[in-house]
Ligand binder design. Structure first.
Ligand SMILES: C[S@@+](CC[C@H](N)C(=O)[O-])C[C@H]1O[C@@H](n2cnc3c(N)ncnc32)[C@H](O)[C@@H]1O
Ligand SMILES: [Zn+2]
Length: 186
């Protein structure tokens, strides 16, 4: 489930729509959490879908082991940015890496999600844009996103967390560990 203070808006002809903040979302806020309504599709089932259904699954879901996860809400419309303001990293939730202002787009770094197989030209417009989103870049960029996650998660308990009921206990333990790690580096 995506943070409630968000809506879908047109971005451009080439990118399509994206998700934007309707109110300020402070750093450390959970912006997305897995919830029971998300749709889990075994790979074998995806193979048997109608091509029109497959096209939607390919565009909007990501692979986790031998199944695909398709968000049931507008979380599926979050775009990629090479300077993303949200990140998750093998947890079942994502947090804001910096304050996200009203009207600002929420973005992920798809490379950190391992969410896609085919590279695509990037139009994120960030000064850090690499021009092309390459799945193979994950090992190179992972330490950077781990550092940013650890820095932002420090604020986890200091901000309003409307999605907290959807964060599971093991992920909350990960929050504590990340906070300790970042305190150790301070
Ligand atoms: C999960 S969808 C995001 C929602 C999408 N913009 C839409 O309107 O349906 C992922 C697709 O959005 C487009 N997209 C997302 N981020 C992009 C970016 N930075 N540059 C170019 N296209 C992007 C690509 O076509 C990608 O396959
Ligand atoms: Zn980019």
């Amino acid at each position: 489930m995506l943070h409630p203070d968000t809506l879908i808006r047109h971005v451009s002809e080439a990118i399509g729509v994206g998700v934007f903040a309707t109110r300020r979302i402070p750093r450390g806020t959970v912006t997305w959490a897995r919830d029971p309504l998300d749709i889990l599709l075994p790979t074998a089932q995806v193979r048997d879908l109608h091509p029109l259904q497959q096209a939607i699954v390919n565009r909007y879901s990501w692979r986790e082991g031998d199944r695909w996860i398709l968000c049931w809400d507008h979380a599926r419309y979050v775009n990629h940015s090479c300077d993303a303001n949200c990140v998750g990293l093998e947890v079942q939730f994502e947090i804001a890496l910096r304050d996200i202002e009203p009207g600002e787009q929420l973005t992920d770094d798809y490379r950190s999600l391992g969410a896609f197989d085919e590279p695509f030209p990037c139009m994120c417009g960030s000064t850090r844009c690499t021009g092309r989103v390459e799945p193979a870049d994950l090992p190179r960029i992972r330490p950077l996103w781990e550092t940013r996650f650890a820095a932002a998660v420090v604020d986890f308990h200091a901000v309003a967390q409307p999605l907290l009921p959807f964060v599971n206990a093991s992920d909350l333990a990960r929050v504590a560990t990340s906070k300790e790690l970042s305190a150790g580096h301070a």
